[in-house]
Ligand binder design. Structure first.
Ligand SMILES: Cc1cc2nc3c(=O)[nH]c(=O)nc-3n(C[C@H](O)[C@H](O)[C@H](O)COP(=O)(O)OP(=O)(O)OC[C@H]3O[C@@H](n4cnc5c(N)ncnc54)[C@H](O)[C@@H]3O)c2cc1C
Length: 310
């Protein structure tokens, strides 16, 4: 793992750094490149802009590792509110949740109860709930909760990470369930016995897993496969694989993060693929923003630039 990446991922867990960084206006300005704003209204406005361009969205209220059940219940209420408002505004939005924000650290029962409330409401509104994948300490529990949710609901998907050595084996049992599977590279600091340390190995694994998801194995099981990446080389490989499988452009679905690779976002939407932008918002952005810096240390230049432009 690169030194910079490692430093940012370590920083993402530092309370000391978080308490200081969030006080600076120039940091807020730099963060705004990846986030339309801290409140629900800003996220809905961004979703509405995208809708105007024929692009759907996935909304994520930032936060993780909540330490009390009332706070977790409050997060669930926030998501219920956003589901109601996105429906009123006909936004074509789905939601993506972190289980530790719904109370997983306090035991799976409360977290699953919160998740079930969201799944029921989303099903009634004809939309989907995605479960983010957090660090490897949560992989097994997250997949268990997804499996139980999938047994009751059709409108649920989970994220799987190509950097984890275990993911290929996990797909053996996840693909036959036929739910939603969102493949990403993976954003946390993991030891080399659990995750491929070399980017080239992560990319090769991403391509191999993508081939299973869009190949006969995934299609026959009825998997809704999402490719959550901004990597133009991988995206072209996946498009090529789909042509070999004689799929139509609309059979492929991509998602990208708000503010990243807008050129590629426009190209994918214009190519006729299904495409959504994941919009994150909220005031608990510090660890999430550190992970964005870790993905591309050159983003630090934007932070530095904002020191000088006020
Ligand atoms: C829809 C979606 C959902 C996700 N959900 C999860 C999740 O639940 N769990 C999880 O661990 N990870 C999640 N991620 C993050 C993911 O794991 C990667 O860390 C992130 O997408 C960067 O990897 P990449 O595939 O874009 O490839 P990279 O090789 O990192 O990047 C490819 C290119 O994309 C651009 N790029 C990538 N990141 C940035 C950035 N931060 N700033 C500017 N340009 C950038 C650059 O041009 C870069 O060259 C999600 C990503 C997406 C798109």
């Amino acid at each position: 793992m690169g030194l910079m990446r490692s430093a940012f991922l370590a920083g993402s867990q530092s309370r000391w750094l978080r308490e200081r960084a969030v006080k600076y206006r120039f940091v807020h300005k730099a963060v705004s490149r990846f986030m339309p704003g801290e409140d629900m209204a800003a996220a809905l406005a961004a979703g509405s802009d995208l809708r105007g361009k024929g692009v759907g969205s996935v909304l994520t209220y930032l936060g993780e590792n909540v330490k009390d059940l009332d706070e977790a219940a409050g997060v669930a209420r926030h998501y219920l509110d956003i589901l109601a408002r996105e429906k009123e505004a006909s936004l074509d939005a789905e939601i993506s949740v972190k289980l530790t924000q719904l109370g997983l650290d306090l035991g799976p029962a409360a977290c699953e109860a919160n998740l079930t409330t969201l799944l029921e409401r989303a099903a009634a509104g004809g939309t989907w709930v995605w479960i983010d994948m957090e660090s490897s300490a949560y992989t097994v529990t997250t997949l268990d909760i997804f499996r139980r949710a999938k047994a009751r609901f059709r409108n649920v998907g989970v994220c799987v990470q190509a950097y984890l050595r275990r993911t290929s084996k996990d797909l053996d049992s996840l693909i036959p369930l036929g739910g939603g599977l969102r493949l990403v590279k993976g954003a946390y600091r993991e030891p080399p016995d659990l995750a491929f340390p070399r980017k080239s190995d992560v990319d090769a694994n991403f391509a191999a897993l993508a081939a299973r998801l869009i190949g006969r194995e995934g299609r026959q099981a009825g998997v809704r496969a999402i490719f959550g990446t901004h990597d133009p080389i991988l995206i072209r490989r996946i498009e090529e694989m789909s042509r070999v499988e004689s799929l139509k452009p609309a059979d492929l679905e991509f998602q990208m993060l708000y503010g990243i690779r807008r050129d590629e976002q426009e190209r994918l939407a214009a190519a006729g693929h299904r495409f959504r932008v994941l919009i994150s918002y909220g005031d608990a952005w510090f660890p999430w923003y550190m992970r964005r810096l870790a993905e591309r240390p050159a983003n630090v230049l934007f932070v530095v630039k904002n020191v000088f432009t006020g």
